[in-house]
Design a protein around this ligand. Sequence first.
Ligand code: ADP
Ligand code: MG
Length: 444
Amino acid sequence: MTSNEDDKACEIAIIRRKVDWLLSPLRLSHSDLQRVQALMRQEMELGLGKETNARSSVCMLPTYVRATPDGTERGEFLALDLGGTNFRVLVVRVAEDSIRIASEIYIIPTSIVQGTGVADLMEQILPLGFTFSFPCQQLGLDKAVLLNWTKGFNASGCVGKDVVQLLRDAAQRKENFALNVVAVVNDTVGTMMSCGYEDPKCEIGLIVGTGTNACYMEEMRNVGTVEGNDGRMCINMEWGAFGDNGCLDHIFTTFDRLVDEKSINPGKQRFEKLISGMYLGEIVRYILLAMVEKQVLFHGKPCTKLQTKDIFKTRFLSTIEIDGLGLRKVLAILRDLDLHATFEDSVLVREVCQTVSLRAAQLCAAGMAAVVEKMRENRGLDQLVVTVGVDGTLYKMHPHFSQNLQQTLQVLAPKCTVTFLQSEDGSGKGAALVAAVACREARP
Ligand code: ADP
Ligand code: MG
């Protein structure tokens, strides 16, 4: 070896050491994940107990949804979907062998919902299901008090109010007509219900989009927060808040703490901030900044654009991590951010993205493992076969998220056979189905 090659080899080794030092806190071992699973289980139990509920970071909210579809539901229903990227109004037709969106009458970006009249577009007074994807204390199928906003939402005067009443009042006041709201559902519940129409084994709903959350069918006898012991009820876990009481502090890295501190809800939704679309790009951005500072990326040249919040999109992770994607594509993404990357830089950026998205999928699996194991034990089964209805762009678009999630889940919950079913428009169809099931049950 010439001394020049020696120097190069030495430099590479030093960089590797620094990279591993930065990334190792994000690499979770099997026992780390088992611990997260056990903590989730513990928080679930606390959340279900009448006396202990207030101490849990996982709210375990009763939804008053007691059954998944049985196939006899019929009719046309209106579905409103608020809480995602867009606000939508749909007419959904539930027929003997299909459930279809008959028409999508209204769709606008949620950011401009305020100040617009939507009711004028709704001519028919159909039974309405309202998908509202924020934590609510439900007092009945059509009564839901908003606990707090999440995912960057922050409209004033809503927390502590019944969102169904707010909706009815707004329709009455602005458009002067009555809405026939029969059910308010969380998007996880909508997703579970819409997939449940296709697959009766679907008793879990999962969202991995802007935020993350899950719901599942729990035995009424275990739900200390609602009267009655018969049958089951769907529980909206609000698992995005898992860890808000400090129980996950041991896994947060410097980068996670930065993301949390700079968010509009510091200290809140700590689990979600490790997993969902609103945050993964930010985690990557902070790691890249640290790598520049440690002189392992971009020759340590300061990059102004990378200082900008949210400039590194979570969809970049999806592109960068595609197998066999030429590094030139990675270079192009980085060039758009004014980053003059070398070949080595782009390899490193890819490694960072992989580390962050793998951890997200594994943590999601640890949460899901706690859910399926609880359901298996609830039912006294040696082996549980269950389906999870899933929605969310991160889950659907990322090239490895779903596979990493499923593989990890299999290892963490070997006694459960879990199938994942992607929902097609679960928010819309699900809300209509909950309304349909409610109408079916109200039939004399
Ligand atoms: P919502 O959760 O608001 O209903 P989505 O399920 O569409 O909406 O999720 C939106 C989130 O998905 C955004 O936060 C964005 O970061 C993320 N996202 C968008 N495109 C992609 C992609 N190609 N790969 C991974 N994540 C993506
Ligand atoms: Mg959504």
